[in-house]
Design a protein around this ligand. Structure first.
Ligand SMILES: Cc1ncc(COP(=O)(O)O)c(C=O)c1O
Length: 462
């Protein structure tokens, strides 16, 4: 008899917060309850989530980017069912996987200047592999990374994380990892000049804050890497697979790095997966003898479910023309938010490419708003964005997030499947909430007062 998993979900779903508070991360439950995000979603299809009352929400988070083709895509789901029904000889280990071979071949067609693929189970595992490969291939030890970078949270990836909040309390981290400011070629040149740097790792568009570099930055960085014998690792874990309107974000700048990292949406969100696409000579330095054939790897990497989901996802991206949709809808939304920045004094800028968009808020000029802004920001830097994110969910059923700690940017990372009707929904909702935020006194600032009280209380209790 099989486990009646849907019955189990239905029976226990109302207990999810109690279960998590008791057995998992209670702080997460507190956060969700404080900001009213404890919605108890029951169902997800495409770009929509449904709560237990059947209310529909537009998901602009897409599970931090994993559901680029939308939740529960029927093509990926059917492919996975077929794998489960197939009796394929999965993970034999002392053999090689058919599906991994085919997925590698397919991925490399998008990056013809690279020759080899290493599969992993997550973004951070892909970063770990890339750092190890870079050291092994170059015989050097240093790694250069950027301020505000996010590459994952395992020790190697954390050692190249540009946000002190994530690193705090976990040291010592990997030695010889050097932080430089993003978008600063002089700083990169100074860091690489020692000729001890194995790799420069960078997100083409930084996820934290949605920071788009100057047009000459990535090309200049690649030139410097070539000059000093350093490998260039493009972390496309968030930006890749069509998110920015191109298969890889680096294509906007026409550069050819030595390694490209993918994960998140590669499996359509269903199965953990990661991939390092790299040059042959790098791979051959790492796996250089028969007795080193398994010198780096992971038990579940290349599993049939992940590989099949990857193949199905690439089919969907192509057949539904999702890169084109991301470019077109993204341009529409960016234009809308740029116009909002001209009309509303609290909106400072909008930036991004394709469907990775940041809307930056900042201190108002008018006196009536200034006092309220200052009160909020003194209590906790970045709190203002919660005044937008909370009513967007509560009143307009739009799920968004703040793009990092102490940050004034709200990030849109929706499924690439969103439509013009969804854009209408987004534009009307943001316009309503942002207009409200310019009214003092008003509902938004009453919420602000409650958040300040909560922040003060949280600080007092420890
Ligand atoms: C650019 C980038 N690199 C790496 C990671 C880490 O991926 P994972 O959470 O799958 O370990 C993330 C996750 O958000 C990311 O955005």
């Amino acid at each position: 008899m099989s486990l009646e998993i849907t019955d189990l979900f239905a029976e226990r779903e109302a207990e999810r917060y109690t279960l998590h508070a008791r057995h998992l991360n209670e702080q997460m439950v507190r956060v969700l309850k404080t900001i009213g995000f404890d919605r108890g979603y029951r169902r997800g299809t495409g770009q929509y989530l449904y709560d237990r009352h059947g209310e529909r929400y537009l998901d602009l988070l897409s599970g931090w980017g994993v559901f680029a083709i939308g939740r529960n895509h029927p093509v990926v789901r059917d492919t996975l069912k077929k794998v489960l029904d197939s009796d394929f000889p999965n993970l034999v280990q002392m053999d090689v996987s058919v599906l991994a071979g085919v997925l590698a071949e397919r991925l490399l067609r998008y990056v013809p200047y690279l020759d080899k693929v290493f599969f992993a189970n997550s973004g951070t595992e892909s970063v770990e592999a890339a750092l190890k490969f870079a050291r092994s291939a170059t015989g050097r030890t240093g790694i250069v990374y950027c301020g505000h970078a996010f590459h994952g949270l395992s020790y190697g990836a954390l050692s190249v994380n540009g946000d002190q909040v994530f690193r705090s309390g976990f040291g010592p981290l990997l030695p010889e990892c050097i932080e430089i400011p993003f978008n600063d070629l002089d700083a990169l040149e100074r860091a690489l000049a020692s000729q001890k740097i194995a790799a420069f790792i960078v997100e083409p568009i930084q996820g934290k804050g949605v920071i788009v570099p100057d047009d000459d930055y990535l090309c200049g960085a690649l030139d410097l890497c070539r000059k000093f014998g350093t490998l260039f690792i493009a972390d496309e874990i968030q930006t890749g697979l069509g998110r920015t309107g191109r298969f890889l974000a680096i294509e906007h700048w026409g550069i050819e790095p030595d390694m490209v990292l993918l994960a998140k949406s590669l499996s359509g969100g269903h199965v953990p997966v990661g991939a390092v696409l790299t040059r042959k000579w790098i791979f051959e330095k790492v796996f250089d003898r028969m007795d080193r054939a398994v010198i780096h790897g992971s038990t579940f990497a290349k599993n049939d479910l992940a590989m099949a989901a990857g193949l199905a996802t690439l089919d969907v991206i192509e057949s539904e023309r999702l890169m084109e949709n991301a470019a077109r809808i993204g341009a529409r939304l960016l234009g809308t938010f740029e116009r909002m920045a001209q009309r509303h004094e609290l909106v400072k800028a909008a930036r991004g490419k394709g469907l990775m968009i940041g809307i930056e808020f900042g201190p108002p000029r008018s006196l009536k708003l200034k006092a309220s802004w200052n009160l909020l920001e003194t209590a906790s830097s970045g709190l203002f964005c919660q005044l937008i994110v909370i009513p967007l969910l509560k009143d307009h059923k739009i799920l968004t997030q703040v793009a990092g700690h102490g940050n004034h940017t709200i990030k849109l990372l929706p499924p690439l499947t969103i439509s013009d009707a969804d854009c209408d929904w987004i534009e009307q909702s943001f316009e309503a909430v942002i207009s409200d935020a310019h009214r003092v006194p008003g509902a938004v600032w009453t919420l602000g007062k409650t958040l300040v009280e909560n922040a003060v209380r949280a600080r007092a209790s420890g």
